[in-house]
Design a protein around this ligand. Structure first.
Ligand SMILES: Cc1ncc(COP(=O)(O)O)c(C=O)c1O
Length: 398
């Protein structure tokens, strides 16, 4: 083989250089290290995992088992089961008073599959998307996978970690195509109220930008009124999922809502990208909106609220600065600047020396991330109390 051929072969065996900008999940290495320590016999309190600690509710499990017994193991339509899309449409009518025709709802393999599809639908090479910093990390990476630019808009506690129109306008460039937000947000648990959504919608409309809101933590909210962006903007794009409120992370099921004009292309993308979302998960999810399931899920939400109240008080007493209100999701995004200016090292020490696993802010963004931590209250009150005791002990000499 000539030297030239050799170099060619080597190049072909390397991932695309552009992919080096796609960042790994730091929380995964925290989880891996926590598992190693557990194997050595250590007890670790898990505050790093962004996943409900409850198993899927029984009526959903029963529906999934029945589908399995009936041999419903084939592909479904690329857009999902008609009955499931109808139930989601009914839910929008019931919960949000909006009429979203089922054909605008596409069932996806998790919100992740939905976000990826939307990235292909909405974002092209060298274009830009405005995203708050901090935000769910995959969103930035999905934009980068399109050889496009995540345009990070730093947001702070005083604005509930949600960008204003003025913030967005400052970061907007000629390349900007849209704005991607989340309400409630991961990692901050903060929401966009109706007024904010209205302002954002009228700005994106007037600027010719698309507006996408990730509503995956809807249902897991602790305020009376949590509007969907669809209540104020019928042309907005929505991502949602059965993972969080419905407790179905491992089933890999979500949905997106797209405006009429995008349905056909979105369907073509779904056919090509994944053929259909998992069939069994879809049959199981038909039971997700039944009153019996809702009662179970509402009780779980109350438990998350109890945990939130406990952890917020305990962390504030220790000296962390917290969001003004954690209105939804199951995270506390805590400012630890009083204790450290290196949240990654801080998380490592807490895990190695004190057996508490948390996620450094650097997973979620850049602005101020080295003095932020994310804690998930997806574990029992007993474990949370233990975590707080260990934190107090760790910080006693700081
Ligand atoms: C804001 C947000 N969006 C999307 C996802 C992806 O969720 P899934 O693919 O499990 O539906 C997550 C997962 O944590 C998330 O926090």
């Amino acid at each position: 083989m000539s030297g030239k051929e050799g170099r060619g072969l080597q190049r072909a065996l390397e991932p695309r250089a552009a992919l080096s900008s796609v960042t790994p999940f730091r929380v995964m290495s925290v989880m891996q290290r926590a598992a190693e320590l557990e194997q050595e016999g250590r007890h670790i309190v898990h505050l790093e995992v962004g996943e409900p600690d409850f198993s899927t509710a029984q009526p959903i499990l029963d529906a999934g088992k029945a589908a399995l017994d009936a041999g419903l193991t084939q592909y479904t339509a690329a857009t999902g089961l008609a009955a499931l899309r109808e139930r989601i449409s009914e839910r929008y009518r019931r919960e949000h008073g909006v009429d979203i025709a089922p054909h605008r709802i596409l069932i996806t393999p998790g919100a992740s599959g939905g976000l990826l599809l939307l990235a292909h639908l909405l974002v092209g090479r060298d274009e830009g998307v405005l995203i708050p910093d901090p935000a769910y990390p995959c969103v930035r990476n999905f934009i980068r996978l399109r050889d496009a630019q995540p345009q990070l808009v730093p947001v702070c506690r005083e604005q509930d970690f949600q960008p204003s129109v003025e913030d967005l306008a400052r970061h907007r460039t000629a390349a900007t195509r849209g704005v991607w937000l989340a309400s409630p947000n991961n990692p901050t648990g903060t929401i966009l109220d109706r007024e904010s959504l209205e302002r954002l919608s009228s700005w994106t409309r007037s600027e010719g930008l698309h507006l996408l809101v990730d509503e995956i933590y809807h249902g897991l909210h602790f305020v009376d009124d949590l509007p969907s962006v669809l209540e104020v903007d019928n042309d907005a794009f929505v991502v949602n999922s059965f993972s969080k409120y419905f407790g179905m992370t491992g089933w890999r099921l979500g949905w997106i809502v797209v405006p009429d004009a995008f349905v056909e292309t979105a369907t073509t993308l779904a056919q090509n990208m994944y053929i259909s979302a998992p069939a069994l998960a879809q049959y199981a999810a038909l039971a997700a909106f039944e009153p019996a399931t809702d009662a179970i899920l509402a009780a779980r939400r109350d438990e998350y609220r109890r945990r939130r109240d406990y952890v917020v008080q305990a962390l504030a007493d220790i000296g962390f600065v917290l969001p003004r209100e954690i209105a939804g999701a199951f995270y506390v995004y805590a400012d630890c600047s009083r204790f450290t200016d290196d949240s990654e090292a801080f998380c490592r020490r807490l895990l190695e020396e004190h057996g508490v696993a948390m996620t450094p802010g650097t997973d979620f963004g850049e602005a101020g991330a080295r003095t932020m931590l994310r804690l998930s209250f997806t574990t029992s009150m007993e474990e949370l109390a233990l975590a707080m005791a260990r934190l107090r002990e760790a910080l006693a000499d700081t």
